[in-house]
Design a protein. Structure first.
Length: 55
């Protein structure tokens, strides 16, 4: 294992940041698929309503 200086460590971490943002749900869908789609096995209730303005 190579010991890096603080500056080298920071440079390495910044090199891991992608240059752009990939919009969409493909990345999370892939991860969930690899995990066996746990969201499909979890009972869920989605409650939606107004923001309380009463209009």
């Amino acid at each position: 294992m190579t010991i890096l200086t603080a500056e080298e460590s920071i440079d390495y971490l910044y090199s891991l940041i992608p240059n752009g943002i990939k919009l969409g749900l493909e990345n999370i869908s892939f991860v969930l698929s690899e995990l066996g789609d746990p969201q499909k096995k979890t009972p869920t209730i989605h409650i939606a309503g107004t923001n309380g303005k009463g209009s």
